[in-house]
Ligand binder design. Structure first.
Ligand SMILES: NC(=O)C1=CN([C@@H]2O[C@H](COP(=O)(O)OP(=O)(O)OC[C@H]3O[C@@H](n4cnc5c(N)ncnc54)[C@H](O)[C@@H]3O)[C@@H](O)[C@H]2O)C=CC1
Ligand SMILES: C[N+](C)(C)CCCC(=O)O
Length: 513
């Protein structure tokens, strides 16, 4: 059995949604996945405890993969790559569509597992799983039409280009969207004909193994998608492996730098999806209710643990008071608590250390002169089983200035900073005064101003009159220290394939010698 509900009879993954409640699930099956099966790693370091953020309980121990297990996973991917890369795009498309169908069918179980391991509300986890199968569907649709060009040359000669896969790609993920990140990387990779070895964050090792099982069930060759578990050491073995052709990374800026250094040694292409401190600019001519909703969407999804969050909310001074009052009122109404309950909208942060870190930012903000307009304190639910969970009340900070740490650094928690501005020019300049460049947003009814402002924002993902939507058809990725390369949309194909040019002579060779 995959999972065992403590105190009742063992249940399989597919029964999870029906039988599980917060505080009941323990996982016993191996979490490494190689050559089409769950395996215990061939070698490895110590077992790491994995928590349920809602309760602080240990749900399982994950065995970290060592160098040997990483190598076995890469070798297994190489074998599968030989088969998969020879299949036509349409054949690959059918398998990916089947995987998307299975995810849709098992949505409730996967979302439940994601909630238990990550702490986000079940309401949001369901949306994540929807975006995940949509991503597979989207790239299944593209797989059949991946093609090169035919170019005429003098004398009937010609050239053509072939879009070829790279080989074994590595995906390394963060803990905030475990299943979705794995889909955003594997869907374009597999559509292009690559194989993948994926390493999730050691905090959220569980759901991605389910994705591996689904790919196998859908009919990918055994070994096409493997999972290795562990932290930095396992990640390094992957990045240094000579048979790895590409690394796609989602995580923090400091780790992103290390990934790039390691990739440089092997001349491996990288995609880096890193952190952010994105601006959201609210003009006085906006539709106020939409702007308030947008600011909440920009800050409080997944307990604020979202890389593209618009955490610097610039508000035109004329509407500062009315906007702030409304945002605070709405923030105070957010239902915090057991993430598996239907009406919960904010669950628990990922772990104790991260909760402490977010609390530290709020303390420092107060010391630097910011005013806590609401929240920011720990939240202790009434339900006794949740007492050791990692909850806090979402926080709105007023009286902020651009030089404060809470305005400059990525907090990765439910903390919104409100900053007044007077002119468009000033707002754009201050919005861009950051090392990051992942996302940005603007709320206004003036369409020329909206397009002018987003054109001036130095950020890869911009929103007009909404925030934090993620249609898989749209490319996503950063400028500046937020990384490079793109996930989603047609653009991602560029990052998982390479172009071969073939020059064909139809006449005789005229030698110059
Ligand atoms: N731009 C984006 O799409 C996203 C960015 N992030 C960023 O990620 C951060 C939070 O995620 P964390 O998991 O704490 O980031 P992290 O950088 O600590 O870890 C990310 C992943 O890298 C692995 N890793 C750590 N050190 C490594 C090394 N030396 N070599 C290879 N792999 C290594 C980790 O085990 C994990 O799987 C935030 O800063 C956030 O902004 C998070 C989600 C999305
Ligand atoms: C899904 N969305 C847009 C809320 C966040 C995606 C980026 C991330 O992984 O943090």
């Amino acid at each position: 059995c995959v999972l065992e509900a403590v105190g009742s009879s063992p249940v399989g993954f597919s029964q999870l949604a029906m039988s599980s409640a917060t505080g009941t699930v323990t996982i016993h099956q191996p979490l490494n996945y190689r050559a089409g099966a769950r395996v215990h790693p061939a070698d490895g370091g110590p077992a790491e405890e994995v928590y349920e953020p809602a309760t602080g309980r240990v749900i399982c121990k994950v065995l970290c993969s060592g160098e040997k297990e990483v190598d076995l996973a890469v070798q297994s991917a190489k074998v599968a790559f030989k088969i998969w890369s020879q299949m036509s795009g349409m054949e690959r498309s059918r398998v990916l569509l089947e995987a998307a169908r299975i995810i849709r069918e098992q949505k409730e179980e996967i979302a439940t597992m994601e909630t238990i391991n990550n702490g986000k509300s079940i309401f949001e986890a369901r949306v994540d799983i929807d975006i995940s199968w949509q991503c597979l569907e989207y790239y299944a649709g593209l797989a059949g039409s991946l093609a090169g060009e035919h170019i005429q040359l003098p004398g009937g000669s010609f050239g053509y280009t072939r879009r070829e896969p790279l080989g074994v790609c590595v995906g390394i993920g963060a803990w905030n969207y475990p299943f979705q990140i794995a889909c955003w990387k594997s869907a374009p990779a597999l559509a292009c004909g690559n194989a993948m070895v994926f390493k999730p964050s050691p905090f959220t090792p569980v759901s991605v193994v389910k994705l591996a099982e689904i790919f196998t069930e859908a009919g990918v060759p055994k070994g096409l998608f493997n999972v290795v578990q562990g932290g930095a050491a396992t990640g390094q073995f992957l990045c240094h492996h000579p048979d790895v052709a590409k690394i796609s990374f989602t995580g923090s800026v400091p780790t992103g730098m290390k990934i790039m250094e390691m990739a440089a040694k092997g001349i491996k292409p990288v995609t880096l999806e890193l952190g952010g401190k994105s601006p959201l600019i609210i003009f006085s001519d906006c539709a106020l209710e939409n702007a308030v909703n947008g600011a909440l969407m920009a800050n409080f999804l997944t307990q604020g643990e979202v890389c593209c969050n618009g955490t610097r909310v610039f508000v035109e001074r004329k509407i500062l008071d009315v906007f702030t009052k409304e945002v605070v009122k709405r923030t105070q109404k957010i239902k915090i608590g057991d993430p598996l309950l239907e009406d919960t909208r904010m669950g628990a942060l990922i772990n104790r250390a991260h909760l402490d870190r977010v609390q530290g930012f709020i303390k420092q903000a107060k010391e630097q002169g910011a005013e806590v307009l609401c929240g920011g304190d720990l939240y202790v639910p009434d339900d006794p089983k949740l007492k050791n969970g990692y909850y806090m009340r979402p926080c709105v900070l007023g009286n902020c200035t651009d030089d404060m740490t809470c305005v400059k650094e990525e907090i990765f928690g439910p903390v919104m900073s409100i900053l007044p501005f007077d002119t468009e020019e000033e707002a754009v300049e201050r919005a861009n005064a950051t090392k990051f460049g992942l996302a940005g947003g603007v709320f206004t009814r003036d369409i020329q101003k909206a397009h002018r402002v987003v054109a001036a924002l130095k950020a890869g993902m911009c929103f007009i009159n909404n925030y934090n939507l993620s249609p898989v058809e749209l490319p996503f990725g950063g400028y500046k220290a937020s990384g490079f390369g793109r996930e989603n949309g047609r653009a991602a194909i560029e990052y998982y394939s390479q172009l071969k040019t073939v020059c064909v002579e139809m006449g005789d060779v005229e030698s110059v010698f």
